[in-house]
Design a protein around this ligand. Sequence first.
Ligand code: C2E
Ligand code: MG
Ligand code: MG
Ligand code: MG
Length: 293
Amino acid sequence: RAKQQGRKTFAFYSTEIMASSVERVLIERGLRAALSAQQLELYYQPQVDMVTGRIVGMEALLRWHHPERGLVQPDSFIGVAEETGLISEIGEWVIQQGCRQARLWREQGFNLGYLWVNVSPRQILHNGIEDAIAQAMHENQLPGGAIKLGIEITESLLQSMPQSIEVLGKLRALGVRIAIDDFGTGFSSLGLLKQLPIDVIKIDKMFVRHLAVDGDSQAITAAMISMTHTLGMGVVAEGVETAEQLEFLRMQSCDVVQGYLFGAPLCPAEATQLLVKHRLGWPDPPSAEFSPP
Ligand code: C2E
Ligand code: MG
Ligand code: MG
Ligand code: MG
């Protein structure tokens, strides 16, 4: 009987592994076509200043309009893109497209501070990233403009320290702001981060999620905010969904908040509409009574 069960288990696993590798091949093939077929699009999510209640940034989040599967979220394809090296090409497109949108918004008179793009650690170590970013900024007249470029990178970057320090230093010299994304989920300490030229820490949404009810999440979040400030960096909380979470973050002097409470990632036309609405008036400052648009 045990033998039978063992066999069944084996069959089950091998089918699953097969399916996932087939799936990977399909994703890889699809992604190669997606770039040239213009199936990729950047959505934008607002970042709101805690004190003024103003939109001070937009984060660009990648979407794939798959011909059969519809709108595909990045978590199901960024990993494959990183493994296959396709991330370099996709990442360059993201940087160019983000800079183009920043230019458009600037031309329309929107004074939002920063346009943030996500950059995979692998892209940072790829030769020529500084040139690609510098060129995209120059083509869209971003240096010194009303909208500046920021990049978000996860903590796994810290595994390749000396190289990262050099590249990030060059990017910073171009006026690019650097944020560490999903902070608290990796293995790094703020002490280690201090060696990198970093401007902003983004607290991962897993800490924000239970802020209203979980003492540990509260203690960790409060500590991350105060340590970040001590090190002279700014702090953004991601995944803010409720007034209670916002209130806690406000009391801890978090600088900027981002999450469904203020708006989900929006397609470019909707994101522009949000900026128009925002210019006409926005609840100020954010409070427990804050009502999302
Ligand atoms: P991330 O950079 O940490 O982005 C935050 C994710 O949280 C986004 O998921 C966003 O839609 C989601 N989110 C925002 N507000 C809330 C909220 O209030 N509650 C909850 N539960 N979720 C919220 P998304 O767009 O699916 O992106 C997932 C991840 O994919 C990103 O995490 C980022 O690591 C990666 N990614 C997205 N675009 C790019 C890109 O252009 N390049 C690279 N290399 N990675 C990207
Ligand atoms: Mg991000
Ligand atoms: Mg994040
Ligand atoms: Mg993330």
